[in-house]
Design a protein around this ligand. Structure first.
Ligand SMILES: [Zn+2]
Length: 250
């Protein structure tokens, strides 16, 4: 997906309702008479049947759009519906309480049409978030985007080391070659940025402010605005600056 005009940071690129909203998983039967392999096979078939019932309820145009989506799981025993769900699904309401987990509530998976066509980068310029309130997902820019630039979201946690990202991306059946994956120093830079906040709090106000500003500059230089540390360091810099101004920190 490419930007057809300049887009400012934070703007909504698109918002849509899912083609499909399904249980993210179903419990395994735990039949002790079956081998693990057979048990997994039965479980896959049962999940496919659950998904088939959902697909049967879709509007014909949505069903057509769904089956046009890429399926990266054609060789691992996944069904043609669960394969597409695994390739394009975005978790929704997956933060479960212990009680919900105990009740075997695995949350939901959503499959969108337009959002599914946004490619991955470990240095994304947009992010897609699901809203349970509006039952929709919106993709917003996380930095300014120029006309003609490709819009990327991240299919994995972008702040984890390259090897772990590559492992997580395996299920999508592609090798990421973005700058973070091909740049030898990206893990080191990420490690530096992720230094413990507790350690920073032990610094005096002046040094805390200096260090926070250095890290903020590093994050901005690399366009890593999506890192949660960005907000943390902005907050720390503001706190240290305020305290220094009030003379409460030496
Ligand atoms: Zn990458």
């Amino acid at each position: 997906m490419f930007a057809t005009c300049d887009i400012k940071m934070g703007e909504l690129v698109l918002s849509e309702r899912p083609l499909l909203l399904t249980p993210a998983a179903i419990p395994m039967l735990g039949d002790t008479n079956l081998t693990d392999a057979r048990s997994e096979e039965v479980h896959r078939c049962e999940y496919e049947q659950v998904l088939q019932r959902c697909v049967n309820l879709m509007l014909p145009k949505n069903r057509t759009a769904f089956f046009k989506l890429h399926d990266a799981h054609t060789k691992d025993g996944s069904g043609h519906i669960s394969g597409r769900t695994r390739t394009n699904g975005i978790g929704a309401m997956t933060e479960k309480s212990q009680e919900e987990k105990r009740m075997r509530d695995y949350g939901y998976s959503t499959v969108f049409n337009e959002i599914s066509y946004i490619n991955h980068s470990c240095l994304p310029n947009a992010s897609a978030k699901f809203s349970a309130l509006s039952l929709s997902s919106g993709a917003r820019t996380i930095r300014d985007i120029k006309q003609g630039e490709e819009i990327f979201i991240s299919y994995c946690k972008p702040e984890i080391p390259t090897a772990e990202r590559q492992a997580q991306l395996k299920s999508y059946d592609f090798q990421c070659t973005c700058d973070a994956c091909s740049g030898p120093s990206s893990d080191m830079a990420l490690g530096k940025i992720q230094m413990s906040v507790a350690g920073m709090l032990r610094l005096d106000g002046e040094h805390g402010l200096m260090y926070a500003e250095l890290l903020i500059k590093e994050i901005e230089r690399k366009w890593w605005y999506y890192l949660e540390q960005y907000g943390t360091y902005l907050g720390l810099a503001a706190m240290c600056g305020k305290e220094l101004k009030n003379g409460r920190i030496p």
